[in-house]
Design a protein around this ligand. Structure first.
Ligand SMILES: NC(=O)c1ccc[n+]([C@@H]2O[C@H](COP(=O)([O-])OP(=O)(O)OC[C@H]3O[C@@H](n4cnc5c(N)ncnc54)[C@H](OP(=O)(O)O)[C@@H]3O)[C@@H](O)[C@H]2O)c1
Length: 250
């Protein structure tokens, strides 16, 4: 797809991976709506895009709320037109602990942002994509969505579910011109990634690495399908002695 002139919506675009994806899309000539709860973070991304000559706007909202998801898509359509590229990037990572220590409230919070919001936004943009016979949905998942890390059960469950959502969208809407893709990063140098306390920060993936994979996938010609998640991992282990969660005894 030629990204130039396309309308993109990136959730969690004010920081980390989402900000890098928003900038990369704008650099390719997309008009980008970025969303999140913190207006100042969103404004910084828009300013950076503007300084590079790109076109972007912000919408402040909480994707855990159905009405905010609806308002976000409506605002994007009003500002730029129908969404060509939806990037479900907003996510939260709860503190690691054994499965039975998680509360129902923690389950609901993680599932609402990491899975339900992706469903709600896809549900809202898909009909107009199908009408036009084209559209891309990119879900930012995680290696936690293809593996089973000790201490990350709720987060991992949400990312496995997000990968399943990707596959269902591909199977049900692929024949109608829709591309849906999961990207599964390992540890990335962002606020979220640093909460996992890597001992070698210089070994982490960068947000730009992830953005590069999004642009690569979007640039494929219409006849090319990317049926499996794109997995990116640091070449060298960011933790001295291995991933610390795996050494925990619960
Ligand atoms: N960093 C890693 O190592 C890593 C690895 C694999 C996958 N990922 C995934 O990559 C995605 C981006 O994470 P990141 O590493 O870039 O971390 P980050 O900087 O903490 O970004 C998370 C983004 O999600 C937004 N967000 C969270 N809850 C939201 C809500 N309820 N409504 C709207 N926006 C919300 C945040 O914006 P506000 O706080 O302003 O709302 C923030 O911009 C996440 O889905 C994460 O699971 C990260």
């Amino acid at each position: 797809m030629d990204i130039k002139g396309k309308v993109a919506l990136v959730t969690g675009g004010g920081s980390g991976i989402g900000a890098a994806i928003a900038k990369a899309l704008a650099a390719e000539g997309a008009r980008v709506m970025i969303a999140g709860r913190r207006p100042e973070q969103l404004r910084q991304t828009v300013q950076a895009i503007g300084e590079l000559g790109g076109d972007a706007a912000i919408h402040v909202g909480d994707v855990a709320r159905a009405q905010d998801c609806e308002a976000l898509v409506a605002a994007t359509e009003a500002q730029f037109g129908p969404v060509d590229v939806l990037v479900n990037n907003a996510g939260i990572l709860p503190k690691g602990k054994p499965l039975t220590d998680y509360s129902v409230e923690e389950w609901d919070a993680v599932m609402s942002v990491n899975v339900r919001a992706a469903f709600l936004l896809a549900k809202r943009v898909l009909p107009r994509m199908v009408e036009r016979g084209s559209g891309h949905i990119v879900n930012i998942s995680s290696v936690s969505g293809i593996r089973f890390f000790v201490g990350e059960s709720i987060y991992g469950l949400s990312k496995h579910a997000l990968n399943a959502l990707t596959n269902f969208i591909s199977e049900e809407y692929g024949a109608r011109g829709i591309h849906c893709l999961s990207i599964c990063p390992g540890l990335v140098h962002t606020d979220m990634g640093l909460t996992l306390e890597p001992t070698h920060r210089d070994r982490l993936l960068t947000p730009e690495d992830i953005a590069g994979s999004v642009i690569w996938a979007l640039r494929q010609r219409h006849g090319v399908r990317v049926p499996f998640p794109i997995v990116l991992e640091p070449q060298d282990n960011p933790w001295e002695g291995g991933y610390p969660m795996l050494n925990q005894k619960f």
